[in-house]
Design a protein around this ligand. Sequence first.
Ligand SMILES: Cc1ncc(COP(=O)(O)O)c(C=O)c1O
Length: 385
Amino acid sequence: MNPKLATLSGSINVELSNRVREIEANGEKVLKLQTGEPDFETPKAIIESAHQAMMSGSTHYCASSGVSELKEVIAKKLTSQNKIASFKENVLVSHGAVHAFYLVSQSILAEKDEVIIISPYWMPYKSCVELAGATPVVIDSSSHHFALPLDEIEQAITSKTKAIIINSPNNPSGVIYDKEALTQLIEISKKHGIYIISDEVYEDICFSKEHHSVAALTDDNERIVSIFSLSKGYAMTGWRIGYIHASTELISTFNKLAQYTVTSICHFTQIAAITALTSSEAANEKQAMKNEYSHRRGSILAHIKGTWLEEKLVVPQGAFYCLIDVSSFTGDSAEFARKLLSEYKVCFTPGEAFGLIDTPHIRMTFATDLNTIVKALDILITVGG
Ligand SMILES: Cc1ncc(COP(=O)(O)O)c(C=O)c1O
């Protein structure tokens, strides 16, 4: 077996999901607050467009970097919405953001490179870095209220540092990085000649702050790779479609690997993605989903007023998660999540799954119905009270 696979950590999420299934198989109900995907259906206009595309023969192999028409639509969207001056040659369509990370890490990293990752982080960052033979250097942002820890980042840079991965709006903290902090990060990356890999998959779900694409904040963005997805904003997790913006040289390198790993992205999914990015129906539904997340967020904040959670829950600026500091009750977030599941039949994701070890937290999704959310909050209020 490839020894690199042995370095991939087994997931606590899988363990908890298996346990949830066992409990449900025994006829008991579980409040599930651990999932990382929208609880809405994909907008109808997108589904109809895929159906039509299938019926009219878009069911074959196509260009490995994505069909030209979709790449043009994406380049226009990046230019007008994200303010990243973009052409279709700067775009590669990927099998979701997770595949984008694989392509980027395998293309730009080599053995012995170091990559700075900010904890809490989405676990595949670390796995992709390790699979490329490079070393993740993790910086904990919890003492900075999950903002970009710029001083620590600069201190962690060595001659081996190749890249830094950032994620804003952030899963799991919900923090959106300030424009000023991103601008300073660009300065640091230029000074040391390192790449910024920016995960912006939650760009459509912002509440109290504007999202800024880091690649838009400099004219010289050759070393910035930006990763986007239709999964979260359009409730399209199962369609597996995302895209990368980067320099034309990097895009052609990513494309070489894409040819050998996926051949091409499903053609009718790409046609549906054009509909997602251009139709007013899809845009309206995306807005309606965002409004519902915003409503749930408001209800959560109202419900926890005056309880211990008011102090310990990180108010999300974006995405659809609440991160909760449980360090007053436990030194081990996984143990705490196991206990909540076995004793109270409520499932959260432990912070350990995001590399948050020193300050135990749990993550609660609000991409689920308000009734479930309120019941789960009441359990937490009781447990902590
Ligand atoms: C921060 C972050 N990036 C990327 C992804 C994956 O996106 P995709 O479904 O496009 O692979 C997720 C999914 O949970 C995520 O939370």
